[in-house]
Design a protein around this ligand. Structure first.
Ligand SMILES: Cc1cc2nc3c(=O)[nH]c(=O)nc-3n(C[C@H](O)[C@H](O)[C@H](O)COP(=O)(O)O)c2cc1C
Length: 223
């Protein structure tokens, strides 16, 4: 798969087969992702790669905590749930499409809650990635993490694997910190599921819409 093919084929997968991903394959992907650029080459990314018993315990403990303390949804670093247009509409369109495919009726809070909880099961992917960053760094370094994540997603796709980035993992971060022994000096930025897509799952037919380039690119000096 060349780069263009991988860019076009990558999409977020939210149902995985149980087939394991060999450690060597994960390392091969990380070997490529470590080539990602970063501001002043500081390479701020850190990633916890979880599988097997640790992955199972992380899932179990986060889900248990979520039941006992459902309001503990605040990220450790500033985030906002308030969105203005056009972002609100784009977010709602995605939600509508996704919940439609899963078969969750509008306003069914219990089903929404349950489905969102699938994030903490890595959508059944055998491997989960938890990205952390030193708290001393600023938002420019968060860009570096994003670039690193995209490298992982494309390298994975090119090897027949699928992914889903998961901001959901910056909720309930205190549990993740404890289970994975993440130092207090680091933020848990994001998670990612990694595995083989369950092609039979309706949720995986979702194709998230994209805006045309005219809506985001402002060209200067071309005439
Ligand atoms: C930083 C980031 C965080 C995301 N967090 C979540 C998440 O917590 N749960 C989820 O199901 N999808 C999550 N996504 C996936 C997005 O919803 C998805 O990328 C977007 O809708 C575009 O769809 P596509 O990835 O299929 O092209 C996240 C994506 C990114 C880049």
């Amino acid at each position: 798969m060349n780069l263009e093919e991988a860019l076009k084929a990558r999409k977020s997968v939210r149902a995985f087969k149980p087939d394991p991903v060999p450690l060597d394959l994960v390392k091969e992907i990380l070997e490529l992702a470590r080539l990602s650029p970063s501001g002043t080459n500081i390479q701020p990314w850190k990633v916890h790669v979880v599988a097997g018993e640790v992955r199972r315990r992380l899932e179990e403990e986060v889900l248990a905590h979520r039941e006992t303390d459902p309001a503990d949804k605040i990220a450790e670093f500033p985030r906002t749930s308030k969105r203005k247009e056009p972002y609100t509409t784009r977010m709602r369109t995605l939600g509508k499409q996704m919940y439609g495919l899963i078969g969750i009726p509008k306003g069914d809070q219990a089903a929404n809650w349950k489905q969102w909880g699938r994030n903490y099961q890595f959508f059944d992917a055998p491997v989960g990635l938890i990205f952390t960053i030193d708290k001393d760094l600023d938002c420019m370094s968060f860009l570096d993490i994003g670039i690193f994540m995209q490298s992982i997603m494309l390298a994975a796709k090119a090897r027949g694997l699928d992914t889903c980035s998961q901001g959901a993992w910056n909720n309930f971060w205190s549990v993740t910190r404890r289970v994975l022994d993440v130092p207090d000096e680091e933020y848990i930025v994001c998670g990612m599921s990694l595995g083989y897509a369950d092609e039979t799952a309706p949720v995986n037919t979702l194709v998230a819409e994209r805006e045309p380039i005219e809506s985001f690119a402002i060209f200067h000096g071309f005439d």
